[in-house]
Write a protein that binds this ligand. Structure first.
Ligand code: ADP
Ligand code: C5P
Ligand code: MG
Length: 248
């Protein structure tokens, strides 16, 4: 099964004990860098650490693409709408969803369709997860969102590898043809990556070269998350309120 299927809405039981408040992990990186794959690997390994259940969810920033007007939809169909610019996202809705989850409230995550470039009816109701992974190209771009994360990971994969993966994925899963993908990539995706995504690497606590292939980095991160979430160690309970302390 493709890792893409798990973005937004999947709820897993992992083997760590329930902390007093939700733990938020942000994951940023360029398109097709392996953000979703890294989340999936971390969760898979956390599940095996011990047997008590915790609810872990992955939410994707892509679920918060804003609605487009008619003119923007026409551009999108030709690969000429800039989906890599911060203005393409419904920032307030994503912030509110994270605030709900951080406050242990349920929240509805919209469902996004890459073929129609629009939100679908309904969405996924997330009910009080203990650990939230939020992944996306610009998850560290907006300060208020960035400051909510207790841990920030940046997946750093070579641009040529990312482009090769993106071509394969967008043809297979997002209904695009090669000309559309390459035109969008060179005119919009790559310049926006350099302008908006890459500069946010400096906010990461951990940079993961090569993404999901980097089993050593993933193993270290898993061990660290496990330590933070263990009530006996009490690390998690002494975490500062990140919204007030970091990068002020
Ligand atoms: P992102 O979430 O950053 O867009 P994904 O994890 O969805 O990236 O990966 C993009 C594409 O590349 C997917 O089709 C995925 O299956 C594939 N992929 C990701 N990591 C690897 C890897 N290490 N080796 C081979 N293919 C990979
Ligand atoms: O999964 P990934 O991080 O690659 O998703 C983000 C990418 O999806 C952006 O680079 C953007 O160009 C692309 N996108 C798209 N069409 C949409 C929405 C997003 O090509 N309708
Ligand atoms: Mg993705």
């Amino acid at each position: 099964a493709s890792f893409n299927q798990i973005t937004s809405g999947l709820q897993l039981q992992t083997g760590i004990e329930r902390p007093s408040k939700p733990f938020l992990i942000g994951i940023a990186g360029g398109t097709a860098s392996g953000k979703s794959s890294v989340c999936a690997k971390i969760i898979e390994q956390l599940k095996h650490i011990d047997s008590d259940g915790q609810k872990v969810v992955i939410i994707s920033q892509d679920s918060f693409y804003r609605d487009l007007n008619e003119e923007e939809k026409k551009k999108a169909s030709k690969g000429e709408f800039n989906f890599d610019h911060p203005d393409a996202f419904d920032y307030s809705r994503m912030l509110q969803a994270l605030k709900d989850l951080a406050a242990s409230k349920s929240t509805l995550i919209p469902k996004y369709n890459y073929i129609s470039c629009a939100r679908e009816e309904g969405g996924d109701l997330l009910e009080q997860p203990d650990v939230i992974f939020a992944e996306g190209i610009l998850t560290f771009y907006f300060k208020e969102i960035r400051d909510m994360f207790h841990m920030k990971l940046f997946v750093d994969t070579d641009a040529d590898t990312r482009l090769a993966r993106r071509v394969a994925r967008d043809v297979q899963e997002r209904g695009r043809d090669l000309e559309h993908i390459l035109n969008q990539y060179t005119t919009l995706v790559k310049p926006a990556f350099e302008e908006f995504c890459l500069p946010t690497k400096k906010y990461a606590d951990v940079i993961i070269p090569r993404g999901a292939d980097n089993i050593v980095a993933i193993d270290l991160i898993v061990q660290h998350i496990h330590e933070l979430l263990r009530p006996s160690k009490n690390h998690f309970f002494s975490l500062p309120d990140v919204s007030e302390s970091l990068y002020g």
